[in-house]
Design a protein around this ligand. Structure first.
Ligand code: ARG
Length: 461
């Protein structure tokens, strides 16, 4: 087949080069964006009198027909035609040879590909934000039902202080809220029209970029044509935001893996969301959570890949930039799948509340409560810390828990301790008492606040 650039060439492209340089195998998914962009471009060309109205109509009708072929999977792809932009243009010329040849006026594949990715990423960003929100709502629902479910809070993976399951889960909801904000913020920069930059320098023809921006609902137009075709920072931002989201996901997934061990026994993930072992009949493995943890690696890999591709690239367009697409598409697919599956899985997790409560009470998790009790009796905190440390040491030696000491024993450590200490030494009192803003004792208020945040932040500006 003769190439769209055949004028300058006398020799055929080598087959190996065709196969090496093609991007159609992965950029074909941009067909809808490519057609939408071409339709807007053709309309503008006719509005500006660069092509006739009838010509634009013919182009648009035929682009519609090509869209139908692509929807119905009747479109033939060929590596010799390189990418989706050339495929659609070649087919258009095939359908209407005379007018078809006019579509690429005042346009280059360089601004065209930037446009297509931006259109694609706008939708992908919307999808991801929606999926995060759905997951947040699931977690908020579970938190609501577990305001009084007490579990050990950890630092250094050692039991630290009792918290509620709601408090723990809402910590993730807050993280996901920031993840959403990052995507929303990046959206503003994706939402810039590059078309009209042409190859890099703009055009001598009298185009109207505002009209194209309006048709394609872009908030802004790129101000510098070289920048418009050179940069992929909006792709990097999306993948970077996805990396942060996946980092959060992986922490959550890791906790699910840990919590479902016999050693923890905090949760049971339902059969539908676990897998068995081919050799050990007793096994029920948290593979979904493990894979979420694992897939974080490929998203980070994509980030390093695109950063490295773009590093030190001279302006403007370079073919290296074609390498942006596979990692990007992979990240979009991975992040969406992870959000869908983790949301479903969470609805099928049984929390072993008794076990959580029991472990929360062990390991002197109320020591800070005792120290703070002493502070309310006017003992300086450092001293209270020391006294409590001595009491804990005493208990360890005697294999006792704090609340098992008699008042006489307590008084050998400090006169300030009275009978009212006993009511403070329960996990319930500990949790309820931590009423400082954001603390585990005011989780009901937190729930109200995060609910509002999740709803408000979603309303379109
Ligand atoms: N397939 C190319 C890409 O993905 C499209 C732009 C090609 N432009 C060019 N001048 N070769 O980046």
């Amino acid at each position: 087949m003769s190439k769209l650039w055949s004028g300058r060439f006398t020799e055929e492209t080598a087959k190996s080069v065709q196969d090496f340089t093609e991007s159609i195998s992965f950029d074909k998914r941009l067909w809808d964006e490519d057609i939408r962009g071409s339709i807007a471009h053709a309309m503008m060309l006719s509005e500006q009198g660069i092509i006739a109205k009838e010509e634009a109509d013919e182009i648009i009708t035929n682009l519609g027909a090509i869209g139908v072929e692509l929807t119905w999977d009747e479109f033939k792809f060929d590596n010799a035609v390189e990418d989706i932009h050339m495929h659609i243009e070649a087919e258009l010329i095939n359908f209407c040879p005379e007018t078809g040849k006019k579509l690429h006026t005042a346009r280059s594949r360089n601004d065209q590909v930037a446009l297509d990715i931006r259109l694609y990423l706008r939708d992908a960003t919307d999808d991801v934000i929606k999926l995060i929100k759905i997951f947040q709502k699931t977690l908020i629902g579970i938190s609501q039902a577990n305001i009084n479910t007490i579990m050990p809070g950890y630092t250094h993976m050692q039991r630290a202080q009792p918290v509620t399951l709601a408090h723990h889960l809402l910590a993730y909801v807050e993280m996901f809220e920031r993840d959403k904000e990052r995507y929303k913020d990046a959206y503003k920069r994706i939402d810039t029209l590059p078309l009209g930059a042409c190859a890099l320098a703009g055009t001598t023809l009298n185009i109207n970029r505002e009209s194209v921006a309006k048709q394609l609902k872009f908030k802004r137009i790129s101000d510098n044509s070289i920048d418009a075709v050179s940069d992929r920072d909006f792709v990097i931002e999306f993948i970077s935001n996805s990396s942060i989201l996946m980092m959060h996901m992986s922490r959550m997934a890791e906790e699910l893996v840990l919590w479902s061990t016999k050693e923890f026994s905090f949760i049971e993930i339902s059969d539908a969301y676990t897998t068995g072992s081919s050799i050990m009949p007793q096994k029920k493995n948290p593979d979904v959570a493990e894979l979420i943890r694992g897939k974080t690696g490929r998203v980070y890999g994509a980030l390093v890949s695109i950063l490295t591709t773009m590093k030190a690239l001279p302006l403007a367009y370079n073919r290296d930039m074609q390498e942006d697409k596979e990692p990007l598409f992979d990240v979009i697919k991975t992040v969406k799948n992870v959000l869908i599956v983790i949301n479903e899985m969470f609805k099928h997790i049984k929390f072993n509340k008794e076990r959580m409560r029991k472990t929360a009470a062990e390991g002197f998790s109320l020591a800070t409560d005792l120290a703070e009790y002493l502070v309310t009796k006017k003992m300086p905190f450092r001293e209270a810390h020391e006294v409590t440390g001595n009491i804990v040491k005493y208990c360890v030696d005697k294999s006792m828990d704090l609340h098992e000491l008699t008042i006489e024993e307590f008084k050998t450590f400090s006169d300030l301790i009275d009978n009212d200490i006993y009511s403070r030494l329960t996990v319930e009192a500990s949790v309820k008492g931590r009423k400082s803003y954001g603390g585990t004792g005011e989780v009901e208020e937190q729930l109200i606040r995060i609910r509002e945040k999740v709803d408000k932040n979603w309303t379109e500006e």
